[in-house]
Structures are given as C-alpha cells and as structure tokens.
Write a protein that binds this ligand. Structure first.
Ligand code: SF4
Length: 373
C-alpha cells in the first residue's frame, strides 16, 4: 500500500503523535505483563472510564498473578461485579492458576503459550506480548480495523473472515519493528480518539495525507455496516423476597453452562453470579412466577404469597432485549433453598452480583419505600 519512504513517514508521524498526545492511563505507566493483561481483559467491550476504578481496586487486592491464583472465586467476582461479561474474571483466574503452575507466575513470552491460556485470543495475546515484551505482534481489534478500513478504503463488512484476514495482513505489514508495543497502542489510540466510529477528526489526524478513505470522501461511511443478529425480546420475572428484618434471598451461580442451558429458572441472562429467583415468563408474569416458584420451592407449596409489582426495567445482553419484572414478596420467614444466601436487600453487593440483579434490588427498594410512604 505504501512505498518504503511513505511507510517510514507514516510510522514516524503516527508514533510521534502517540508519544506526544497519548492519554495518561494507569496501565500505560507500567511494563508489568500482569497489569497489562488485566487492563486488556477489563477493556474488552468496556469503556476506559468505567475500567479505571475497577482496575485500581482489583490491583490493590490482587497485586500479582499468584495472589489472584489463590483467591476465593467469589472474591474475584465481587471485585468485578458491575463490569459485566463475567466469563472474563473466571478465565482470568484460571489463567493465573495455569501461569503459576506452568510459567513460574510470569505471563508467558511465547505466542503459542499465551494463546493456550483461557480467555486469551489473538488480539489479547498480541497486545500483551507487544506492550509488555516488545514482541513483534500486530494487534487487530475493532478500533484498529476501523482505522485500516478507512486508510485503505475497504468497503463491506470487515468482520467477514476473508476481509478480517486481509486487515490482519495489513496490520502486520504496517507494524513498526523497533517499538511494536508503542506502535500497537498508537494504532488503537488513533481509533479511540480521532478516527472514531462517528465524525472522525481528520483535520487533527497525523496520517491524514495517507488516508484513501478521506481522499475519496467516504471515510465516515467506513467500515460498512455489520450484519447484525436480530434482536430477541425476552421477559423475565424476578422474585424479591423480604422478611421483617429486611433480609432477602439470593440464589448461587449455577455451576456450569450445561446446567444453565437446561434450567429455565436460571437463565444465562442473569449471568453466572448470585441472583434473585428469576424466570422466563410469557403470559401473566405474576401467575407464571408463582407457578415456577411452587415448582422450584416444593416446601413452600402452601404459601399464599402476595406479589407486589416493583416496576418494569429494560436491560440488554448481546442480542437479547430483556424486559425485567421484579416482584416484591413480603414473607415472615424466607423460603429455605439449598445453597441460597440471606443478605440485607440494601446490601446485596456483599456477594458478587450482576448489574441486572442490582437493578432489580433498586426497583424493589423503591417499591418498599413507596409502600411505607
Ligand atoms: Fe481516520 Fe480521518 Fe485519519 Fe483517515 S484521515 S485515518 S478517516 S481520522
């Protein structure tokens, strides 16, 4: 795409811009592969501003691979609670255990070894190895792919395997060999700050003179729209039991994906965290919920619960649009359920819970307050 001289100028201009204008982010102040790895995992599907406080709290508690490897899983999940995509901390801890057992507690330097770890794909491996060890691995994520699609005026769906492969080859060709870590971060920084999905700021771009998309006047329309999976509407009803002491009942995370798939009372949508008894509903949510609770809590067959609707919430998980219907159920004694825990409704975050479960608790607390007023 460029001749030798152009390639050298392109690299110099982008690296020079990055070194002068890069954002000061906590994981950029270190070469510690553990910290870089943690930041890369936290940043998947998550905004920088949301990640920073989690990153700092997590490192205070787990400052190195070994402390993470031996920690109780509940504690790891609790520190991740609210950040979403909870397979990430589970895989992170499994990988920390493998690194402790096989690599003397240090993130591996070889690509194959890195890729063999749970939760590490091509992008993450290339990012960690290049930034921590200056290995010559070019990253390709959504930001970099958008920059390349515009630079090269590539039309169509860039997520199609053939186009993605071409983009990876372009990223490999452009990779600056002396500072691959800075180079990768420069490409990502350009995508995150100037070459943004909407309204790219081409006037400030350090490599605008090389941009074919800009030259053709089509930069903003690139990359082409991705074929999206159709949205599926799901309705869930959640039972928020409360006793006279303000305690509520949370069910434990299901043990495996297989268990998730077969049990309609613990939809994967609630994520594998502590959660209120939650069920998919179709017809009349209140009636459906009672029927499910009776089925799942056989000891409570004769209970005459009164369900108080606590609003209607919306929540999105990948392609699913969830309507969430919390119901408050005041009881003298909380139902006995094997493995369940009793926690104050005002403090459910003492256990690892997802944002969806927090939303349900907030709605229930609002319903309690309005019933009292
Ligand atoms: Fe992106 Fe504009 Fe720079 Fe091209 S000129 S890489 S579209 S910011």
């Amino acid at each position: 795409m460029f001749n030798r001289r152009e390639l050298a100028t392109f690299r110099n201009q982008l690296l020079g811009w990055f070194r002068q204008f890069q954002r000061d982010l906590p994981w950029r102040r270190t070469k510690d592969p553990y910290r870089i790895w943690l930041s890369e995992i936290m940043l998947q599907q998550t905004r920088v501003a949301a990640v920073i406080p989690y990153y700092e709290r997590f490192l205070q508690r787990f400052p190195d691979v070994r402390s993470l490897a031996i920690a109780p899983q509940d504690e790891v999940l609790r520190l991740w609670s609210g950040l979403g995509y909870y397979s990430r901390p589970r895989n992170l801890q499994k990988a920390a255990q493998q690194i402790t057992a096989k690599h003397k507690g240090r993130f591996p330097t070889r690509l194959d070894d890195a890729l063999a770890l749970p939760g590490i794909g091509n992008y993450t491996a290339a990012a960690i190895l290049s930034i921590a060890y200056d290995e010559k691995q070019a990253v390709l994520d959504g930001n970099v792919a958008r920059v390349l699609a515009r630079l090269c005026a590539i039309r169509g769906d860039i997520r199609e395997p053939r186009r993605w492969q071409e983009l990876q080859e372009t990223a490999d060709t452009l990779l600056e060999q002396k500072s691959p870590g800075d180079w990768n971060q420069a490409m990502m920084e350009l995508g995150a700050t100037l070459c943004t999905p909407k309204s790219p700021q081409c006037l400030l771009c350090p490599v605008a003179q090389f941009c074919e998309g800009r030259r053709q006047g089509i930069a903003e329309s690139l990359p082409g729209k991705r074929k999206k999976r159709a949205t599926v509407e799901v309705a869930l009803a959640a039972a928020v039991f409360t006793d006279g002491k303000g305690q509520t009942l949370l069910l434990p995370p299901p043990k495996s994906t297989r268990e998730n798939a077969s049990a309609d009372h613990v939809p994967t949508l609630v994520s594998r965290m502590w959660h209120f008894p939650t069920f998919s509903v179709a017809g009349e949510p209140g009636k459906d919920l009672i029927a499910f609770l009776r089925k799942e809590l056989p000891e409570e067959q004769n209970c005459n619960w009164e369900l108080v609707p606590a609003g209607k919430l919306r929540h999105a998980v990948t392609y699913r649009a969830i309507t969430l219907l919390p119901f408050l159920i005041e009881v003298k004694n909380l139902p006995r359920v094997s493995g369940a825990k009793r926690v104050p409704l005002t403090d459910i975050s003492s256990l690892p819970v997802s944002n969806l479960t927090r939303k349900v608790a907030q709605a229930a607390l609002a319903a309690v307050a309005s019933a009292k007023s």
